[in-house]
Design a protein around this ligand. Structure first.
Ligand code: AMP
Ligand code: MG
Length: 318
């Protein structure tokens, strides 16, 4: 137990056992990953999947990412190809999700796939999560641990803020290092990036030795959960802002407005990886401070900036 939160636990042998037992009984657990915190459940169990969708109030058509310890565990569920192996070797475990065709005899419950014939698989890097995945003989279906369409949590306390006592176990694994969701790559045919993330287009192209189509909107029905509004802090978000309106919270890069009230820098050195890791933290802080609106300055559209722009664009659709 941690501080005043009776359902947040530090990780040790005892809580590992507790977590494994919970998961085996088809309960859902708040778990740390290097991207954001997840709401994890047994991907082979209908009960677990139903609980996840219900807790998040997530639309049934939005499939879940399935998390494995390694390829050996995943191979019974997915049909692989050369693109997968190259990216797996280079980036896994890490913040990248692959959309692959599902094997006909896969046990992944159809509800977690929104009845699609594809599976989204990820091999997370977070040490705590890996030790849990190693202990169980099923993969974890795990979306971000927040109410559908809201801001993803990057700490155990954020998960508590989302679900309070409606979740009985949250494992504290510190603040998520990457801070935004994984890069999602569709590998069912010619590779496509469905959701940008820390692993950017350039590094994927370099690894695969090919060019990826720039237009991530050409995702069609492949990824049903990705077109709607998302990542919303619950107050209006305005992007590409040049002029401060005098009352909103203003998010920017750099240190031009250092120590100035209402101004929030995502990275004083304008480092886009750091900026991405601070985005959701900053959204939550601004919301807590009671601001009614967020203005965001233009963010360079390269590296992790592409991921930031994707998230803030959709946050602005609220
Ligand atoms: P989230 O769980 O909110 O981080 O989002 C996961 C994203 O991965 C969703 O927006 C889905 O659209 C996408 N996704 C998950 N499973 C599949 C799948 N089987 N096929 C295509 N896209 C998927
Ligand atoms: Mg999410």
């Amino acid at each position: 137990m941690k501080n005043s939160y009776s359902n947040i636990f530090t990780f040790n042998k005892k809580t590992l056992k507790k977590t494994v037992n919970y998961l085996k009984k088809s309960n859902v657990v708040g778990l740390p990953t290097e991207t954001v915190y997840g709401l994890g459940g047994n991907a082979y169990s209908k009960n677990s999947i139903m609980k996840i969708f219900q807790m998040k109030a997530r639309p049934k058509f939005n499939p879940l990412i399935i998390h494995y310890y390694n390829f050996n565990d995943a191979k019974k569920d997915i049909i692989t190809n050369k693109y997968f192996f190259k990216l797996y070797k280079k980036f896994c475990p890490g913040p990248i999700t692959f959309i692959l065709k599902k094997k006909a005899n896969s046990n992944v419950h159809p509800f977690s796939l929104a009845k699609l014939k594809t599976v989204a698989v990820r091999f997370p890097k977070h040490k705590i999560l890996r030790s849990i995945l190693k202990e169980i003989d099923f993969p974890l279906a795990m979306p971000s641990a927040n109410k559908s369409s809201g801001v993803s949590p990057v700490s155990a306390e954020d998960v508590y803020e989302e679900f309070q006592k409606k979740i009985s176990l949250i494992i504290d694994g510190g603040v998520s290092k990457i801070g935004i969701e994984s890069t999602v790559v569709d590998l069912t045919s010619y590779p496509k990036i469905l959701r940008p993330g820390r692993i950017d287009k350039n590094s994927i192209e370099k690894t695969l030795k090919l060019k990826i189509n720039k237009d991530i909107r050409s995702r069609g029905i492949k990824s049903p959960g990705m077109t709607k509004k998302h990542y919303s802090p619950g107050i209006p978000v305005l992007i590409n802002q040049k002029k401060y309106d005098g009352k909103s919270a203003f998010i920017y890069l750099g240190k031009k407005f250092k120590n100035k009230k209402n101004f929030f820098s995502l990275s004083k050195d304008q480092n886009l990886n750091i900026a991405a890791s601070n985005l959701y933290k900053t959204f939550r802080l601004i919301k807590k401070k009671g601001y009614k609106k967020i203005q965001i300055a233009k963010i360079p559209n390269k590296g992790s900036g592409v991921a930031i722009n994707d998230r803030i664009k959709r946050a602005s659709n609220s």
